[in-house]
Design a protein around this ligand. Structure first.
Ligand code: ADP
Ligand code: MG
Length: 596
């Protein structure tokens, strides 16, 4: 399917492309605040190089010559240096995080907006969790990296280079000896950090699996209990939990080793500084202050090196997140390629619908609808009947362009839906789905969905039409009652009536009710039935009925089987025909559980 394919293959997202694109689209607008922060990282690192020099001056100069004003001057320098470091850190932390956050703010808006403009075909193939990771996890990671990456790298590089230069200026032979162990430190850190990151990656994967299992089981607790499958589920849970435990334990092993061993390797250089440096001082070849300064510099050598190694290892995660971000952003919404510009005022839309030679597939090679042809005059009620999987839901999805036809035309008022302005088109149509989603919020908010200015009188009016008032009035909070996630606190029938009220409030020209009475008892069905009869008045209505009793009164019935219209006519015509619909209807009466 064309729109679900990524614009580029993943190998096109190489690192330089990603960096350039990131710089062009997101960094450039923020460069005026981003660059100064980077400069400050360097200044902070440079300032950090000053204190050991002051120490050396104190020990070698001011103390032996008992120069009190010299001591005073050195102290003031120290004060100045530390003040600069403190101020720079505050600004870097604050401004650095802030600018990184504002960059990610833009990215997050872009990706969400992109997701909601992508066609249903895209969403059919993605889980909520997967898309949430794109919007939340990946971008959180990028945000951390946008700030801490350059900070650690620029700061570390300045630090290490500065220390090496200063050491060489102070004493070349001692520097050579003291730094001879640094490559060892670097190599050790590189390999251990690499293993550690792999272990952390395994850990993340194991954690995701554990999460998935947990979420699944908690959501399906009712099924677990009724099937008395606690032991079986416990075993499955323990397995995932153990996987997580092991992965984490191995990551912790590396993590725990890294610090102490790198500390020890670094201290080898320090030991030689003390030994050989001490010898040089006794020979008068070096001052005591130089040893102290050397020692202090070397002590501070380890952290920046480790940090740079860590950052280089995290780069791959950073690029992977960026690649996922841009590759998702590049998925083209094909519906926008033919946006259409036909519009007419809502009141002038007659609600005449026609399908002409419509063919449709979700996945290639699997026909779902074949040669669908029919015409619906304005303000009539059409019922779609037929076995489950016949293609009824699919037919009505084509009207608001949740999906686009492969060939043929779906027309509203004689104009193909592709030529309609998509917002005008969808504004004229309301759909009540079998499992319509209620957002968290109150019942009133759900009825007024997308129209926050609607007053309570209006909400109550449509609620009455959809027989929502019948149960809302029994709740203490009325329309202020919270629905809860996925509307768990309401029964299926109550949710469906809220969906109907929500659809009605838009006063649609075309109303589509897809099995709107599927999960209700017969009393509620009667209420919904009444509601439907009331509201189908004066609009074109499509009813996909779960129970055939619902469709007896329709102006026209389309009997759908295997993606084709098998029979067409009003109820008595189809009964007289004694064909497929007749059989189906009889079956339904004898065995009311066989459903469409
Ligand atoms: N989003 C989808 N992706 C792929 N196949 C789908 C999708 N939705 C429905 N189908 C398939 O299309 C066929 C028709 O489904 P549907 O229109 O829901 O039937 P009905 O509403 O008549 O029960 C079924 O075979 C179903 O498996
Ligand atoms: Mg269906």
């Amino acid at each position: 399917m064309p729109e679900a394919e990524e614009r580029k293959s993943l190998s096109d997202y190489n690192k330089s492309y990603l960096l350039k694109r990131f710089a062009r689209e997101y960094l450039k607008p923020k460069v005026a605040s981003y660059l100064p922060v980077q400069l400050l990282h360097v200044i902070g690192a440079l300032a950090g190089l000053v204190p050991p020099i002051l120490l050396r001056r104190l020990i070698d100069g001011a103390i032996p010559s008992k120069n009190l004003s010299g001591i005073m001057t050195i102290s003031l320098w120290a004060l100045g240096t530390f003040a600069v470091i403190a101020v720079v850190r505050i600004i870097c932390n604050y401004a650095g995080h802030r600018v990184a956050q504002s960059i990610v703010f833009d990215m997050r808006n872009d990706i969400y907006n992109h997701f909601q403009n992508l066609p249903m075909r895209f969403h059919d193939n993605k889980t909520t969790g997967e898309l949430m990771s794109r919007v939340i996890d990946d971008l959180n990671l990028l945000q951390e990296f946008i700030h801490h990456g350059p900070e650690g790298f620029l700061g570390g590089l300045t630090n290490v280079t500065g220390v090496v230069v200063i050491l060489f200026l102070m004493n070349v032979p001692l520097t050579l000896i003291a730094l001879s162990f640094t490559p060892l430190l670097g190599i050790f850190a590189f390999f251990l950090v690499r293993r550690m990151h792999r272990a952390f990656r395994r850990n993340r994967r194991a954690k995701a699996q554990l999460n998935e299992r947990l979420e699944d089981n908690l959501a399906g607790m009712k099924v677990i209990k009724t099937f008395a499958n606690e032991d079986y589920e416990m075993e499955r849970f323990v397995e995932k939990n153990r996987g997580h435990y092991r992965a984490r334990a191995s990551a912790i092993k590396y993590f725990s080793t890294l610090g102490p061993v790198s500390y020890f390797l670094n201290s080898l250089g320090l030991i030689f500084t003390l030994g050989y440096g001490g010898y040089l001082v006794t020979q008068g070849a070096m001052s005591a202050g130089t040893i102290v300064a050397f020692y202090t510099y070397l002590l501070r050598f380890r952290a920046p090196i480790l940090r740079m190694v860590q950052i280089s290892q995290r780069l791959s995660r950073f690029f992977a997140s960026m690649e996922r971000f841009f590759s998702h952003l590049d998925i083209k919404p094909d519906i926008v390629t033919t946006p259409g510009d036909f519009k007419k005022p809502r009141e002038e839309i007659s609600g005449e619908v026609a399908f002409e030679g419509v063919n449709f597939t979700y996945v290639q090679e699997e026909d779902v609808l074949r040669d669908i042809d029919f015409h619906v005059p304005p303000k009539t009620t059409v019922a779609l009947a037929g076995p489950s999987g016949a293609g009824k839901t699919t037919m009505v999805r084509l009207l608001p362009r949740l999906y686009d036809v492969d060939s043929g035309y779906v027309k509203l008022d004689g104009v193909p839906v592709q030529d309609w302005n998509i917002y005008a088109l969808r504004d004229a149509i309301s759909v009540v789905m079998q499992d319509d989603y209620l957002f968290s919020g109150t019942i009133g908010e759900n009825i007024a969905y997308g129209k926050p200015d609607i007053g309570i009188e209006e909400i109550e009016r449509y609620a009455r039409e959809a027989n929502v008032d019948e149960f809302v009035e029994k709740t203490p909070d009325g329309y202020e009652t919270e629905v809860g996630q996925r509307g768990v606190k309401l029964s299926g029938g109550q949710r469906q009536r809220i969906s109907i009220a929500r659809a009605l409030l838009r006063d649609p020209k075309i109303l589509i009710l897809d099995e709107a009475t599927s999960s209700v008892d017969s009393y509620t069905e009667k209420l919904i039935q009444e509601a439907i009869e009331r509201v189908s008045e004066g609009r074109t209505t499509f009813i996909i009925a779960h129970r055939l009793s619902t469709i007896v009164n329709a102006d026209e019935i389309l009997f759908i089987e295997d993606g084709e219209i098998r029979e067409q006519g009003d109820f008595s015509e189809l009964m007289d025909l004694e064909g497929r619909f007749y059989d189906y209807y009889k079956l339904q009466f004898e065995n009311p559980d066989v459903t469409g």
